[in-house]
Design a protein around this ligand. Sequence first.
Ligand code: F6P
Length: 363
Amino acid sequence: MKTPKRIGILTGGGDCPGLNAVIRAVVKTVINDYDIAVVGFLDGFEGLVENKFVNLNLDNASGILTRGGTILGTSNRADPFKYPVLEGGKYEYRDRSDQAVKTFEEHGLEALVCIGGDGTMAVSHKIAQKNIPVVGIPKTIDNDLVGTDVTFGFDSALTTATEAIDKIHTTAQSHHRVMIIEVMGRYAGWLALCSGIAGGGDIILIPEIPYDIDSICEAIKQRKYHGRYFSILVVGEGAKPKGGEIVVKKRVEGSPEPIRLGGIGHKVADDIEDKIQVETRVTILGHLLRGGVPSPADRLLATRFGVVAAEQVAKRKFGKMVALKGNEIVTVPIDQIAGKIRTVPLDSPYLSMARSVGTCLGD
Ligand code: F6P
């Protein structure tokens, strides 16, 4: 079996710390170990459809290990099978996957490394059906990809969220307030739960456990009764009240997943103030969680993922996503990942751990 001579690479979906560390690891490994040339497509699958690219080499893939974002750019609105085209002020959707295949062939590529979340893996799976050999690498701050214990980007976002909670703690104490910190994570509560535990949150609300506002108010009152006049509440953007709805911030037309969440923190704050008249403030961390340098753990994971993905390419083992299982890097078929998300299981040790240290989970 001959090693490929030339491959493509792209980053899709929302960015996160560690993308450049993966690009670096893939590019350096395929060049150093296998003498494979690399074309980087710009702005995710948009680059493949529109033929926007840069040739990657040991020069431009160096010095980027610690840099946040992605040198290739990314997009969460560029599914080649449902490609948004603005016509008369309105988005129309076209299947431009044949154009993506044409670009791939014109560059003489033999494989495509797709770094992304669930949306990118779903597209990668569909593009693989059109005879493009793919290898996937999981990223996202949401940590919601099935098939892997953890995605890179999560640890960095967790660090940022925890540092923010630590800072908010002191002002909460000074003013005897309820301080609400809203974090991203979409429909999965990993970031809220883990940062809430790490930051010593008194109340943690996640999408997987619809909350009861009365339980939250009771927890705040109990803390006051025991002489703790402030409370820290960490809420995932996808959390919702029992029998209620998630808070949708906006719809992004042209995006395969148009719903953007955000604002649940304000709803919880208003309800607390109405019910128990405790002064409450809200901080929405938002895209801050996606920025900054990758944590050492993410640099390490991104490098491990990138090196193994490069080996998969060299051995022509396609249709798989690299993943972390325990402490091993393994590969899982992309068709087992596409279209699914990994939420916090209700029997997660993190949940029982949080309850054991007295955290209210809103139920
Ligand atoms: O998937 C990563 C993520 O940051 C989510 O946590 C969040 O809901 C979403 O992307 C925000 O998307 P956008 O950058 O399009 O606002």
